[in-house]
Design a protein around this ligand. Sequence first.
Ligand code: COA
Ligand code: AMP
Length: 626
Amino acid sequence: MGEYDEVFRASVADPEKFWLDAAAGIDWHRAPSRALDASRPPFYRWFPDGELNICHNALDRHVDAGRGEQAALIYDSPVTGSQRTYSYAALRDEVATFAGALAGLGVGHGDRVVIYMPMVPEAAVAMLACARIGAVHSVVFGGFAPKELAVRIDDATPKVIVSASCGIEGKRVIEYKPLLDQAIELAAHKPERQVILQRPQAEAAMGERDVDWVRATAAATPAACVPVAATDPLYILYTSGTTGKPKGVVRDCGGYAVALNWSMPNVYAVGTGETIFTASDVGWVVGHSYIVYAPLLAGATSVLYEGKPVGTPDAGQFWRVMAEHGVKSMFTAPTAFRAIKKEDPRGEFTKSYDLSKLRYLFLAGERLDPETYRWASELLGIPVIDHWWQTETGWPIVANPAGIELLPLKPGSPTRPLPGWDVQVLDTAGKPVEAGTDGAIVVKLPMPPGSLPTLWNDDERFLSSYMKAFDGYYLTGDGGRIDSDGYVYVMGRTDDVINVAGHRLSTGGMEEVLAGHPDVAECAVIGVADQMKGQIPRGLVVLKAGVERDEEELRAELVQLVRDQIGAVASLKDVAVVAALPKTRSGKILRKTMRGIADGNADEPVPSTIESVDVLDALRPVLRRE
Ligand code: COA
Ligand code: AMP
């Protein structure tokens, strides 16, 4: 039996002991006497009597242990031509001061703070400052439009919003402040204050409720860490579901701290003093967990990168970052490597940099296609580790646990379930399937620490989205199989969620926007395969009777509508006007069938419940772009 098997078996045989042992890696204000509270399933709570502060664990304890001068965060920004390194002591001081500024604005334990920022170190400072005073942050990705931000403001009802004057997308400067102002205008809930970080690329006009970051911090008294219950919320992170209304995934403090701290050495093979570079955005779960919290909990150094993998200035930036900062493990989405491969197929840029410290490349967020896997493996000559997880789970479910034991790789599989995750595949009746057979991927409850305890203010939706399909199991929303060696294969979402360039989006949300156009009678949005972004959305609209429109003009209006209401990140560029949509006799649109045809599956089965085969046949050339 290998080391992985032993560790996994220990986690399943005695989860109470396994996670209490892992909890010893965290400084507690009051140590937990037990791990799991299972008294109210499926609302499981971890470390119910523990008290801690995650910011203390991420910063102060490393300073107290004499590592104050070690680099905690390296901000590397080719788009602004700047770099800044924060030692643990410096970051602790910045965070304590900003926490004091927030407290001065009336933010306290349990209050919400929305953070709408580009990839600047102040975004991480704001997150950690909230954690320091027991406030709950909710980071909203900068690529979302004002309406999406407004929906999140209304759900989280923040006391304060922290934002910046602008973000930088390649060579473009995107002014954030007008977007924020519009969002607040649209929202029913009005925050008391907005703290604005002025960036020189575009200074924002300040309004009555706006406070300048520099002024707010200059006047602030540094705040101490406030001990909170392990079960208190640390953050709300909104993620796409099947409808336009996002789900507010809640993360607790104690379980998350324990799980992330455990994952750093065991999964990512990064320990104290070593460097991890996670190229994502603080607006996504990958950014929360592996740019901010986990590296700092582990006393490692985290690179926070502002820029794209290609473009400004070139496709060699990831290699430069890894060489300059001595990165041991890198983590990003496969799409980033596809972008690099397109610009520099032979990897010429790697020759300019010393990548000898790089040991592992971790990829997640979308399916890892075999070609990208092969290209990255051959180019770098290190293990390329596909791993699978979700916003809801907070940390990986299935991975090759490099820090415990590197298991043999099977291309196409993110390898095996990590300790704590009892992953199974069920058929539609809820019965476990045979090894190698496709079905719904589920996790047997309880899930390990770090996973979501509920949805913000919406226990009902938590139950209906995840817990009701199969009693006693969490529904991941992904379909796939487990082979006879226990390797998991994730084949894709079984709901209306798509992954565009590693960004999780709801086709249902896009349909709601298209349906709001006065000329549209009905519509469908499907995710179709794309060479660069993995998947892209494709809209199909049926016009209201009697409407005559120039197709190009209407298409431009619809694309703009989605951009305005959801954001550029939705990447909806392709909308076709069609005569009718294929449906079942009960009126359900056959999205999966259309998706299969669009992706070129020659033998895509046509459901026997179809209302009219003629409608589908008429659509085939459009779907296949013939
Ligand atoms: N603020 C404002 N706009 C943003 C934004 C942000 N934070 N992030 C993205 N956008 C905009 C982009 O500028 C683009 O606008 P455009 O349509 O006007 O060109 C649009 O949203 C779509 O963005 P994206 O899908 O990211 O496409 P891209 O061509 O700009 O970049 C990649 C493509 C692959 C290079 C980039 O997505 C990437 O590096 N992804 C991998 C890393 C990652 O972020 N993973 C997330 C989960 S791990
Ligand atoms: P997010 O919540 O944004 O992290 O997106 C989670 C979804 O991304 C999952 O439910 C999967 O559909 C997809 N995903 C993440 N990692 C992988 C992976 N390694 N392989 C296949 N799909 C993945």
